[in-house]
Design a protein around this ligand. Sequence first.
Ligand SMILES: C[S@@+](CC[C@H](N)C(=O)[O-])C[C@H]1O[C@@H](n2cnc3c(N)ncnc32)[C@H](O)[C@@H]1O
Length: 310
Amino acid sequence: MKFEHKPVLLKEAVEGLNIREDGIYVDGTVGGAGHSIEIVNKLTTGKLIGIDQDINALNKAKDVLEDHLDKVILIHDNYVNIENILLNLGIEKVDGVLLDLGVSSHQLDERERGFSYQKDAPLDMRMDNTQKLSAWDVVNTYSERDLERIIWEYGEERWAKRIAQFIIDERRKKSIDTTLQLVEIIKNAIPKKVRMEGHHPAKKTFQAIRIEVNKELEVLKLAIPSINKMLNKGGRLCIITFHSLEDRIVKETFKELNKDCICPPEFPICICDKKRELKIITKKPIIPTEKEIAENPRARSAKLRIGERI
Ligand SMILES: C[S@@+](CC[C@H](N)C(=O)[O-])C[C@H]1O[C@@H](n2cnc3c(N)ncnc32)[C@H](O)[C@@H]1O
């Protein structure tokens, strides 16, 4: 199995964590440990907790981090459960958390995972293969309206309506079991002239279904306030996103946590008890340089936002 994953915004994200050599850090999306190894290299007595919901990714991370396992704890879980994960480890607070969202190159490389529209495989796309919902369920059981909404919103695919219709028509004849079967349906739904332009015609629909299967946006929205709660004062939260909806969630949630009072402006005194919990370090997101994008096209849509616990 080929397993190469170039970490995106590596220097910027690790610098953003403001690492102390004796601190405790969490990489909530450890993946191939590209960021984790850089974090660990800065620690002496400190610790890194690496979380991933994909057991294959954790096995790879263990190999990459093998010379540092005295400083590393690897956990198979969803980062949304950070409060419980840390509680179970007897850790009350941490000094920094990194999230590098989305799918990794190794997940795309592993044919049988069904993430790639270029390889024939069962429709799966689960990052955590102990979870029930898979791409097969989404494609074969969701209503036409839900399919259209997901493909439109998460994929930003302008042919969403036709693609949903074509999926439903095909489903009436037989179940849609494989990635290439789905690619063929998508190709038929998009007019030939449009299909020839730009990226692969199935790219946006596959992205949309993956986001739905792994509940990527819901998880992110829930997790940010939980992570913030677990940070020591001055602790940093660095989040790298690859999708405009993800970036919007990070931006809006940071803004909420940054507010001191949410009383209506006409109230003479504050009665809401809301306290400012997070300082926004990046007024504008940090984006990759032209050089990084040339070396790693996956970095093209990346955005890094950093917050600091108050
Ligand atoms: C883009 S990769 C991270 C790559 C890593 N930073 C590196 O440089 O090697 C994203 C990883 O996060 C994992 N992941 C995505 N969402 C997750 C979640 N909610 N909880 C835990 N892991 C998640 C995926 O399984 C994948 O391995």
